[in-house]
Design a protein around this ligand. Structure first.
Ligand code: GDP
Length: 424
């Protein structure tokens, strides 16, 4: 059975925790999109970790972790990450890297930075990990695929070609130092050295695993609203964040994805720019940000303070629908225990009309939140393991959200740890 674990919102919903938890019963965990631009925070027996590239299942002995073809593979980052967990006592993970994955090159990171500089105040709030330049090159068919590393002659010729185009931009648009083909080739050969032993035809490996009835998890990065097609374009990421893309980014048949577990946070948070209808500000926001997540809402990759807001039923309903949700994992609920009353965004008012449908970006920019307020439960709910043991107002909050979004909440996460979970 293949299960996808994806985000309903803007990312940081707690997918890492859910994946780490579900990986206990899994054989293989696959990253299928994105790169080192977002992070997953995981708290388990080994400590607290911020992963960027490794799948969140690397902490078990029995799992195989796959970097799928859809990923933006930053080889040195992957290596540092493996080293950082092994240094902290985690058994050396079994990792396979798709021979069809493409690599983030050092110039992608530079172009990302130069472009943000050039745009100044009009920037997209990129994490400057090279992701947008990487995917642009992939679709412009000038990217480097892992398989190409093993043909040195062709590689040499290609580095010269790439430098020619890149240098036009560097010289005339950015006024920055030019690339040298020799250095680029050395960089690539260095990558070959590092990942050589892990390279595999992962789609064929997964095909066999599916036939053998293995349990496979697809781990998404970011969430529905950051999808380039269905999200808040252009304030989106550069690869699809949807479960459907799991089939492509892992190389498996779409009909094999039997469960789509959409992770949805009990309040909202977002990093970077873009419309955020239920956003709150000032002291109220500071308090939620400070109490949020596990030790505050600050980006796992960038350390940037996240924007926060009330639960947005309009965005989450859409986010769940576009994922093709079979199950909702409702997370970080424990954080809300301090509030007397909890506002929930139940509609958007756009040009005087109220809607429950998530609009395209132009309209979204004009939307004002319609809030409904629910009573808080005013106590700590961490440690509770049975749904019936949750305070009544807490259950009412969950059931209210469930009704509004229209998808079943089958898991409630009430703490960052592996065991902080309530099944319904
Ligand atoms: P991801 O990118 O979706 O994996 O999310 P992040 O890891 O960036 O952000 C989720 C944050 O919330 C992390 O710090 C987690 O440790 C934490 N977290 C996850 N689930 C819960 C929960 O149920 N309660 C609390 N308090 N923190 C949680």
């Amino acid at each position: 059975m293949v299960k996808a674990i994806v985000g309903a919102n803007w990312g940081d919903e707690g997918k890492g925790k859910i994946t780490d938890m579900m990986a206990k019963e899994a054989d293989i965990i696959v990253r299928f999109q994105g790169g080192a631009n977002a992070g997953h925070t995981i708290v388990n027996d080994y400590g607290k970790f911020a992963l960027h590239t490794l799948p969140s299942g690397v902490f078990y002995n029995h799992t195989t972790s796959i970097i799928g073809n859809g990923v933006a593979l930053n080889v040195p980052v992957l290596f540092d990450e493996i080293k950082s967990i092994v240094d902290r006592g985690v058994p050396k993970p079994k990792i396979l890297v798709s021979d069809r994955a493409q690599m983030v090159m050092s110039y992608h990171v530079l172009f990302d930075r130069y472009e943000e500089e050039r745009l100044g105040g009009k920037s997209f709030g990129s994490t400057k990990s090279g992701i947008a330049p990487f995917y642009s090159d992939k679709y412009a068919k000038i990217g480097f695929q892992v398989s190409e590393l093993f043909d040195e002659e062709a590689l040499k010729e290609k580095t010269e070609r790439i430098c020619e185009t890149k240098n036009v931009m560097l010289e005339h648009l950015y006024h920055k130092p030019l690339l040298e083909p020799g250095k680029l080739l050395d960089e690539l050969l260095g990558y070959r050295e590092m990942i050589g032993p892990y390279v595999c035809d992962t789609s064929s490996y997964l095909w066999d695993a599916i036939k053998e009835g293995k349990n496979i998890l697809l781990e998404g990065q970011l969430g529905s609203l950051k999808d380039p097609d269905h999200g808040i374009y252009p304030m989106v990421t550069s690869s699809s964040t949807l479960a459907a893309y799991g089939a492509i980014g892992a190389g498996i048949p779409p009909y094999e994805i039997g469960k789509i577990i959409t992770v949805c946070k009990a309040y909202s948070s977002a990093v970077g720019a873009g419309a955020f209808v239920s956003e709150i500000f000032g002291e109220e926001a500071d308090e939620l940000r400070r109490r949020g997540g596990d030790g505050g809402e600050f980006g796992a990759t960038t350390g940037r303070p996240r924007r926060v807001g009330w639960f947005d039923a309009v965005a989450s309903k859409y986010g769940c629908r576009i994922q093709g949700t079979t199950d909702v994992a409702f997370t970080v609920l424990d954080v809300l225990g301090y509030l007397d009353e909890i506002p929930v965004c139940v509609g958007y008012e756009i040009d005087g009309e109220v809607t429950q449908e998530f609009p395209t970006t132009v309209k979204l920019e004009k939307a004002k939140p319609v809030l409904e307020t629910l009573p808080g439960w005013k106590c700590e709910i961490r440690g509770i393991r049975k749904y019936e043991d949750l305070p009544e107002n807490c259950r009412k909050y969950i059931e209210f959200v469930e009704e509004r979004i229209g998808f079943p909440v089958t898991m409630v996460s009430n703490g960052p740890g592996r065991d902080d979970i309530i099944y319904r």
